[in-house]
Design a protein around this ligand. Structure first.
Ligand code: SF4
Ligand code: SF4
Length: 147
């Protein structure tokens, strides 16, 4: 019973953290992870959303890699979906349902009870989510912060 309650609380805190990081991305960051980037796997649909096309077959861009298994990888730096708003960079498809799952997950990765944070993210390294991260541990998560 207590374990179930803790699992529900964990989900809620993770959901809240994702919301807060998302706000940080839009209001206070300048697309740091998207400008310098890490490689992410994307589906065909997600690749189309990033490049703003319906047919990804016609894309000739060194930032998009096709594997022979029909999978795609976005080799970032900078991402084509970035837009400049008032001198700051933002994801132009942030609220789009086709924004890649890798982008929606970043910088918080959950695997069972393990929660990994990437401290290269400006929101995480700002240190202002320490309370929520502490709560995750309180509810039984194994927290790891990747440097
Ligand atoms: S570095 Fe972090 S806060 Fe900045 S855009 Fe990327 S995920 Fe958002
Ligand atoms: S799709 Fe958006 S969040 Fe993902 S790498 Fe590109 S700009 Fe960043």
């Amino acid at each position: 019973m207590l374990a179930e309650q803790n699992a529900r609380n964990l989900e809620k805190v993770i959901w809240r953290l994702r919301e807060k990081v998302s706000e940080f991305c839009l209001d206070r960051c300048s697309g740091e992870c998207c400008r310098w980037g890490y490689n992410i796997d994307v589906s065909e649909k997600e690749a189309g959303a990033i490049f703003g096309v319906l047919d990804v077959g016609g894309i000739e861009d060194s930032r998009l890699d096709y594997s022979c298994e029909g999978e795609f990888e976005l080799v970032l730096g900078p991402c084509p979906a970035l837009v400049s708003v008032n001198g700051r960079h933002k994801c132009g498809i942030h609220s789009d349902s086709d924004r890649p799952k890798g982008c929606r997950d970043y910088p918080i990765f959950v695997e069972d009870k393990k929660v990994l944070f990437d401290n290269r993210c400006s929101a995480i390294c700002s240190g202002e989510f320490r309370d929520e991260i502490g709560l995750l541990e309180y509810y039984g998560a194994m927290v790891e912060i990747k440097k």
